[in-house]
Design a protein around this ligand. Structure first.
Ligand SMILES: [Zn+2]
Length: 61
């Protein structure tokens, strides 16, 4: 079996990369976990929702 080369995620029809959750931000980390779960079930709209929330979240500390 040949392995290697496969990326961690496939972005079919997604024009921009997923935003990174901000370390130490509980909201972002929760959203990132929801996004992983949404990917796992193939729920693209949920993934998009999480991405939007992460991008727009004011990461004030
Ligand atoms: Zn945040």
């Amino acid at each position: 079996m040949v392995t290697g080369g496969a990326g961690p995620a496939v972005h079919l029809g997604v024009p921009v990369p997923d935003p990174e959750a901000v370390g130490g931000c509980d909201v972002c980390e929760a959203l990132a976990r929801q996004r992983v779960a949404a990917y796992a079930v193939g729920d693209r709209s949920k993934v998009s929702d999480c991405n939007v929330e992460i991008r727009r979240h004011p990461h004030r500390s």
